[in-house]
Design a protein around this ligand. Structure first.
Ligand SMILES: [Zn+2]
Length: 318
């Protein structure tokens, strides 16, 4: 009798554990499903789960550890530009494949796939808008499109943006994120470094303000040109900023590099960056800097010239 009761007790205990395990796994499955559905977001730094809605409200910065998750160009424009003030520029510029480049895949196929998947034509969005009521010319790179690589379209759009800003006497802000020059366009992508730098020089001669914002990661030809030419250079916390990759440098030097090498914090320490601004403070900081640097009177009359759309390069199609 006692044995029977004991075995019944044991059985119900085992059932209880089995049920618990079962319901536990359902919760886990549900969580995984919700993460997959995009309802939840798991922080890649601290592992804490946050409602995507809450994360978005905090500009994609983890509320637990402050990790700055990557944001796409549309989201970034929403974060920085006053509502209803954005006027996109040169949306018709599309990349071509002048070298008929092919690696594992044809460059033209790669472009088409990206364009279909992301609803982007290339790796940058440019336009005019207002930031706390002040006019600016803004360029935002998008890492999702071929690693934010700089080809002819990125170069041409940024150049036109800067030229437009020079004529209107607007400050320029470029939110950078890039793996570097786009190798599928060879020399044509490297040319863009000089072209954008030239446009920035003319903007600078008019004593106008340019602020690059370096976000994770900013590397290669972008670092070697417009990302480092700012009057004031801002960076997001913990962003990787460099020219060549860490592994390449370690192999060349044959020594181990320090943990914080190529971090925004290390660059600030060495004077390459002027300030590190958390994303939640970025709009306010930019607006303050722009208000403090209101442009002086023009030195020439060329801001009177009507700006006209023109193609500076035969490597992009309109
Ligand atoms: Zn976190």
């Amino acid at each position: 009798m006692a044995n029977n009761e004991e075995s019944r007790g044991l059985k119900s205990l085992l059932d209880w554990f089995a049920n618990r395990r079962k319901s536990g796994s359902t919760i886990l499955e549900r969580q995984e499903r919700e993460i997959a559905d995009g309802l939840w977001h798991k922080c890649s730094n601290c592992g804490v789960l946050t409602y995507t809605k809450d994360l978005r409200a905090n500009q994609m910065v983890c509320v637990e550890c402050g990790h700055h998750n990557r944001v796409d160009s549309d989201e970034r424009i929403r974060q920085l530009i006053d509502a209803n003030s954005w006027r996109a520029m040169d949306e018709q510029l599309r990349p071509t494949d002048p070298l008929q480049f092919r690696d594992r895949k044809a460059y033209s196929d790669r472009l088409r796939e990206m364009q279909d998947k992301l609803d982007l034509v290339d790796a940058v969005k440019t336009g005019l808008g207002q930031i706390d009521g002040l006019p600016i010319a803004l360029g935002v790179m998008d890492f999702r499109f071929m690693g934010g690589s700089m080809g002819s379209v990125v170069g041409e759009k940024l150049t036109r943006l800067i030229e437009q800003a020079t004529q209107r006497r607007y400050p320029v802000v470029i939110v950078c994120t890039s793996g570097g020059a786009r190798m599928q366009e060879g020399m044509l992508s490297l040319m863009q470094m000089a072209k954008i730098s030239g446009a920035l020089q003319r903007h600078r001669e008019e004593r106008l303000l340019y602020i690059p914002v370096l976000t994770n990661p900013t590397t290669g030809g972008v670092t070697a040109s417009f990302a480092m030419l700012g009057d004031i250079i801002l960076a997001e916390p913990k962003a990787t900023i460099g020219f060549a990759g860490r592994r390449v440098i370690e192999q060349t030097l044959r020594e181990k590099l320090p943990e914080d090498f190529q971090s925004a914090e290390d660059l600030l320490k060495h004077g390459f960056v002027d300030d590190i601004v958390p994303r939640t403070q970025l709009k306010k900081t930019l607006a303050q800097l722009i208000a403090l640097h209101q442009p002086p009177a023009p030195t020439t009359t060329h801001n009177m010239v009507v700006w006209e759309t023109r193609s500076l390069s035969s490597t992009v199609a309109e």
